[in-house]
Structure formats: structure tokens, C-alpha cells
Ligand binder design. Sequence first.
Ligand code: SF4
Length: 537
Amino acid sequence: MGFKLSERILVMPKSSKSSPLIVLTGPSTEMSEYEGSHIIPFAAGFSKPWFMPRFFLKKTFFKPVPSNSLEVQVAPLGLRRLEANLVKSGFRPEDIAVVHPDDLLRAVGPDTKVIGVSSKDPLGLGYVSLTYSSVLDLGEPINKLEFKRLMKDAKQAKQKHGAKIIVGGPGSWQLTRPEAKDLYDVDFIFIGEGDVSGPEIFWKLTRGEAVPKVVEGKQAGVSDISPIIRPTIYGAVEISRGCGRGCAFCSPTMLRRKIIPAEAIAREVELNVSCGQRDVLLVTEDIFMYGGKSSDFVPNSNAVRALFNSLTTVKGVESIQVTHANLAAISADKTLAGQVAETLNEKSKYSLQGKHVATVEVGIETGSPRLLKKHMAGKCKPFKPDEWPSIVLSSLSFMEDKDWVALATILVGLPGETDEDTELTIKLIENLRGMGLRTFLVPLIFVPLGTCSLREAASKSFNDLSEKQVDVFALAWEQNIKVWGPDFFKSPAYTSYWAKLGFKVATSLLYNLKYKRSDRWRKAIADRTMEALKQVV
Ligand code: SF4
């Protein structure tokens, strides 16, 4: 669905001829709505095939959000939040320009003091990038290349106009890694929440005052979070921040849990709608934690219902999508889960196998209660770790009955994972397939993110994985291709004879010339994937 350009209220160009004091931007891969798809952006973490030119990817994959003059009409929620916090702190809206990175050199001028860059995965060290650039082995992840490109322009703008460069966002910790030292011309790295410390730092930078190289943002309270003043990509609005279930591999759980009041959320949705953005993306670690107070994570059904009631009455909203849900919470209150699924299904824009479906990201992570207890004992609350495999299956099949299909992550190679643990994960996937569930599985290799409590753990590579661990990847992709492949290959891009032929030739060449002769683990995944593809293309 995405944006209807003609319906947008355009962001007015700056009246003054001077350049903005602050220019905010992010990599191209974060400045796109991917034609309204919430699933395709994951592919920004995949290798960029060397034979695919950037202009082709920019035209067909990370198509830029529209801009009016220089400023983007919709921006990532993180940049919009920073913009609102800066304005609340006293900057004038016209002091700040949020631009597409390809327009950075035009936007920065002699009056610009700060170039603020937000990135989720600047060095390609996130879960999806590390996993799938290793599997595909076709080059560096696209998001890393786009960050590199942006930093090249930022450096040029800095040299010409003397602005300072500060990088923040969820992936900024990556720039503190030893391998990032001297890689880019970054003056300051901002880690953590920007609501309180962000404006403090930007004021210091615009006044030329001293700021430490690495800044840790103070944790914000709900009242510190300023409402957005301009529209967001996907119509994203934050409904909660942080989690509290305490999974050791996860970053959001390190933040104090905050619930945004329903009225404030509705106002942000209204703002988006008034600017022509008719989609809503509810950003949360778990839709069912909304308004929750119980230490056992039993959902607060009244709060969740009230939230949806207030959103569905906003005139002009065409679609509502939720980022994440917790599988244990679904089993804890199936009446509530059923109602949420119904609303999301009515407001969804996806279909699968001829049926209208809603989608959401969930975490399975493991089929092993032992591993769950070790690294993520809170994930299954209010149930016990031993109940986890049956909770996963029960919640997923309940969701299927309501045409709410899960995109589920599975972590492979967590510290201390044994083959016995992996066997239990494999058994869980086989059960899920046996039940005919349409769950899209996203197996990921464990990455010690710099902002999680397992940050000191050793990184794994595919060469370190056992045969069983590799099997998880092969099994999961067989399931995905079988269930999602037929619809994918019916999409407009693949309906022509030539497109199908092109795909077949490219995959067969890659398989025969590269993957067939590749490492044991890559060949094992490629063999099974190719077999599954033959059935659907
Ligand atoms: S449940 Fe999800 S968001 Fe919460 S701590 Fe665990 S992985 Fe993180």
C-alpha cells in the first residue's frame, strides 16, 4: 500500500537561503519503505551480489522515500524522534533538515554545525547481516556498503564546511569495536537513548563546546519522549520501549520498560495520517506487554484493547501492523490474542496462499528448555521453561487459525549449545512442519551484540557449527520455500517467462560454479535449498 504521494501534505522547503544548522540522515537502506513491505527490508543485511549495480538496487529494492526539495517526506522513527526532541529543547524546526543520504552533499552548507547519522547496522555486524552475508558469500552486506557510501559523503561535507559528524542509532555500538577504529571520519559516537542526552550533545556541538568521543545516553522516562512533529516511514509509532524479559542475547531488554500512553500514540498516528501516511506500524518488543504491570508478563487485556480501540477510530488509517509479539503471552491470554489477531487481519495488506493474513515477528530462538533456562528464562513467562516447545506450537497454531502468520527467529550457536539442544530445535521445526503451519523461519547465527549482556561471549562462524546446527538452516529454508515460494514467484516481478528463466539460470550458475564446491556447511544448505526451489519455480 505505502504512500499515496498525491495525498501527502508536503514538508515545506526552507524559506531562508542559509543552510540548516543540523542535518540528519541515515543509510539508503533505512530511507526506504520497500514498497510498503515489512519483510523485504531484512534483505538489506544480505550480501550485495557484485554483478548487481547500485542504481538497479536503488530503483528496485531500497527505493528512496520521496523528498520535497531536499527534505524527505517521511523519515525513520528514530530520526523523527530526535528531531522532535531537538525542537522541544529549543532548536527551531527550520534549524534541522532530515535528508536522504544521496542528498547530503547538497544539504550541508556553511551554516551546518552537525551532521547526525542514525544507523541500525553500520558495519554489518547485526544478526541478519552476519548470517546471510556468510551464507550467500557474494560480497559485503548491502546495509554496510550503504553506510560506507554515506560516510564518504559525510566526510566530504565535513571537509568542505567544517561540520562535526555524530553517529547514533541502534547499531552505533559497532563503531566502538577495534576494527572500526579509523575506518570512518566520525567525531562522536552516541550509544543508547537520545531523548535526554541527544539535545544536550547537539547544543554543545552547535556551540562548539567539548563533547567526549563516545557518549552514553541517559535512560529516558516516558515524559522525556517528545511526540514526533513530522511523518514517519511505514507510519511507525512507538507504543513501548524496552522489554524486561531479560534474554541475554538481546539489546532492548537493557532499557527500562516504558509504555507510551494511548492518547499520545493516537496523536502521532493522527499526525501521520494528516500528512498522507495511511499505514500504521506499532513499534514494540511485544504487543501484549502494552500496559502490562505483572512481573509474570500476564497481558493487561484492558490496556491492549483500549489501545486498539483508540487506533481503529482514527479516520484515514488503512493498515495496522505490529512489529513483535511474544509467543508465551499469546498462550497466556488467547481471548485477547484472538481479538488482536482479528483486528490486525482486518487491517493487514498481506495475503498468503490465497488468504488474507496478518504477520508479526516472534522469537522461537530454541527448542531446548535447558538453553532457554540458561539464556532467556523470562521469555516463556508466565510459563515454565520446560513448557516452551509446547507453548511455541500451541501459540503458532492458534495464530494460524486466526490467519496471523509468524515470522520466527531461531538462534543457532548460543554459548553452551550442545547437539542435544539443537536436536530439540530440529524436532520443534519438524513438528511445526508436520502441523502444516505457515510460519516463516529466520534461523540466525548467534552474535554477541555490543549492547547485550552476552557481549563478551565468543562470536561463532559457520565453520564452528556442527552438522546438526547447519541442519537447522537447511530445514528452515526448505519450509520457507515450500510455504512462501509459490506466492513469491507469482509476484509481478517473477510472472514473466524471462524473469523465471533468468532466476533459474542465475541460481543454477551460482549453485554449480560456487556453492556446490564451497565449504561443507554452505554446500549442505545450498543442496537442500536448490531441491526445494526446483519444486516451486
Ligand atoms: S523477549 Fe524479545 S525483546 Fe524481550 S528480552 Fe527476550 S528477545 Fe529481547
